[in-house]
Every structure is written in C-alpha cells, then in structure tokens.
Write a protein that binds this ligand. Structure first.
Ligand SMILES: Nc1ncnc2c1ncn2[C@@H]1O[C@H](COP(=O)(O)OP(=O)(O)OP(=O)(O)O)[C@@H](O)[C@H]1O
Length: 242
C-alpha cells in the first residue's frame, strides 16, 4: 500500500506546482490522472517516481515514510518503480528481447548492463513477457523497426519483467491512433489484473480514463480535486477539469 500525504512541490521561482496532495494507491489498481494541460499530471507522476524533489509531505510505502529513509531504501524503491515515457527510449540497434532484458537502466543489475549477458531463464522470462504484451513474433526485431505501439509494448514488458510494483505512465497513448490507443489501455488493464502491478497513467483523453481505469484522479492547478471510483464523471466534474 502506498499512501501520500501533503505532497507539495515548490519550484525555485516560488510557484507551487503540487499542492498538498493526499492519495492512496492500492496494489493492483489502475489509476488515470486527468486534468487540463499544465494542471500537474506529469509533475505528480515524477514525484511518485522520486524523480523530483518533494518540498514537503509523506510518502509511505507499506507504512514506512520513504522521505525519511536512507539512500539505499530510496534506491531499492526506485528499482520497483517503472516510468513509461510518452516516447519510450529504446536501444535502437538491439532486438526487442534485449531491450526488455537489459534496457531498463534503473532496474537492471550493473553486471548485466556491463556484460549484456542474458541467462537462459532470463531469456525465457523475457520471451514470456513479450508474449504477454502480444509481441512474441517481434522478439528478434531491432527496436528501430518497431511501430509506436510496439515500442510502448516493449517498454511495458521491460517494466514488468523486472518486477515493477508501480508503473507510472505519462501519456502512454500519445501519438497512437485510436485503435492502438484502446489496445494499449486494454493491455495495461490486463497486466494490472494479472501481475498485480499498480498503474498510474496521465491521460488527456477522458473517455479512455472512464472506460479503462478503476479510479480517476482529477488535477487542477497542482491540486488533486477529484477522486472517482467505479463510475463515469458527471458533467459538472468534467467542467471542473477543463
Ligand atoms: N521543473 C519545472 N520547473 C518549472 N516549472 C515546472 C517544472 N515542472 C513543471 N512545471 C510547471 O508546473 C505546471 C504543471 O506541469 P505538468 O507538466 O505537470 O502539467 P501537465 O498536467 O502534465 O501538462 P500537460 O498535459 O500539458 O503535459 C506547469 O505550469 C509547468 O510549467
């Protein structure tokens, strides 16, 4: 269980971009973060990934406040968190399988990054994960030849093969056509269910959030102003977020 309380981030010019956010993340839940451009969706995801400094607040993971914990505890937590970029950065000349197994710098042991070695059981694990994301036939294809949707799938497989418990996805369907976007959302939902990972995805398209997410968080001016579970947003709520 992850509990955030009073998460605040103030940038050097004094502007508060995340303002006293309280939230709870239950394992295996798919959360969509929605809100107007500049409302703080990406900033929230980066703060959850500990990629940016928190000015104040508590970040409790299984009851322990990570912000008071030592460097090793933070590093060990970061290894359990995967961040999916809008445009995944892959090793272009390497195969999809190698990208899954050695591409995630924060989650890959140093010896493997240095040697590029893949053990037989890792190879099987990588292939299983590629199958889970529907890319078994693309395992030997180099990343440069993959489509936008396939690249996102490789990035998702890479996140999950290393056992990420929290996957933060910043606009995972940006630039994808409507059909591929729906497939991607379906895949995230399936992996959430099957692997028990918690997924927090920033989304521009409300209808995708309503169709696929278990919870919708609405951001406005750095504040979390809506938390909706198991239902669509009302017209008034949509208006609030526009
Ligand atoms: N490191 C930073 N330095 C200065 N300002 C920042 C920084 N990070 C975010 N901001 C500002 O904080 C606000 C929220 O930005 P953020 O990128 O989180 O919005 P967003 O909701 O993800 O927007 P979009 O949907 O356009 O991606 C914006 O006003 C942005 O300019």
């Amino acid at each position: 269980m992850i509990e955030i309380s009073g998460l605040t981030r103030k940038i050097p010019d004094g502007k508060i971009i995340l303002d006293h956010i309280h939230a709870r993340l239950t394992p295996g839940t798919f959360v969509a973060v929605v809100g107007a451009s500049g409302s703080g969706k990406s900033a929230l995801l980066r703060a959850l990934a500990l990629r940016e400094q928190w000015t104040s607040g508590e970040y409790k993971v299984d009851g322990v406040n990570l912000l008071d914990a030592g460097l090793f505890a933070k590093m060990s937590y970061r290894r359990q968190v995967a961040f999916l970029e809008q445009k995944p950065i892959l090793l272009e000349k390497k195969t999809a399988l190698k990208n899954v197994l050695i591409g995630a710098a924060e989650q890959t042991p140093l010896w493997r990054r240095v040697t590029g070695m893949i053990r037989n059981d890792d190879y099987m694990g990588g292939m299983d994960m590629l199958e889970d994301v529907g890319l078994l036939d693309k395992g030997r294809q180099t990343a440069e030849k993959l489509s936008g949707g396939e690249r996102q799938r490789v990035a998702i497989a890479r996140a999950l093969v290393h056992g990420a418990r929290l996957v933060l996805a910043d606009e995972p369907v940006s630039g994808l056509d409507p059909h591929t976007s729906e497939e991607m959302m379906q895949l995230l939902k399936k992996l959430c269910r099957e692997k028990g990972a918690t997924i927090v995805a920033a989304l521009h398209r409300l209808e995708l959030a309503e169709k696929f997410a278990d919870e919708i968080w609405g951001m406005q001016d750095g504040r979390l102003v809506l938390e909706v579970r198991g239902r669509r947003l009302t017209a008034a709520e949509k208006l609030k977020l526009s």
